[in-house]
Design a protein around this ligand. Sequence first.
Ligand code: 8YV
Length: 313
Amino acid sequence: MRRTLLQMGPLFEHTQKSYEENYDIHKLWEAADQDALIESIADRCTGVVTDGGKGVSNAVLEKLPNVKVITVFGVGVDAIDLDYCKNNQITVGNTPDVLSDDVADLAVSLALATCRQVAFGDRYARDGKWPKQGPMPLTTRMSGKTAGIFGMGSIGDSLAKRLSGFDMPIKYCNRSAKSGCAYEYVDTAVKLAKDVDFLFITASANENTVGAINNKVLDALGTNGYLINVARGTLVDETTMVDYLVNRKIAGAGLDVFENEPGIPKALLSLDNVVLQPHNASGTWETRKAMGELSLSNIAAFFDNKPLPAKVI
Ligand code: 8YV
């Protein structure tokens, strides 16, 4: 039996094809009248396919009483109300681990690009400034500096392995110390920021972490400190961060994520101490393929009454 699923937004081509081959897929973002589409499938739609950014609202779920599974193409499930899902016996699956290496790779790239001013150097070379103005200004070293990781999950762990290769002492802050973790545990974000040169944000966004990186944390990071965020924009107080970057109250930032994506605060666009990415940390062919396969396995397992390979609730 082909199950009817509502899809919230486009997915990686390969994954999209598999969904369309195996399920009766209804694409919400393509519907001229979204309410009419939802109403037309309400009696038979049993699942929702979405990604980490879009999630699915309670307003949509309320109109689809037969939905019992949501499969998220992404690790973050902050765009879904998990309490609502629990109360309505809706199972949620996501795609952890398969993306950790690529997200960690991008975090390292952003850190290096920021302190070594790679994007600035690229513009300097392209704009023909080298022959006219001579060498670009000196930059700041990353190797050997201290790294702080806020959120020591699978991504934090992959990141720590990479940073160790840059001879960086590593400290981390988590809800609690992880048993068997070789790195130094610090119990608050402020203390972590005070101790490190590079503060990496890899925690998941939830009610305990939203706004966690505030003015106190940025003050502790200080004028020589770099902030790298590959988690969610909502973990950082963005207005404050922009002020700290504009006024050089921190040294710089490498940002893959923002509070109101795809919007990026205008003030960041002209800053040379900031390197920006359009939320692309998991954006490689290899990882997106693996995420798609896991997302499909989750939903297939649900309909086969089997344990989901990656179940959130
Ligand atoms: C994706 C993400 O870019 O995993 C997450 O939570 O934010 C990213 O890997 C996102 O799901 C969009 O496809």
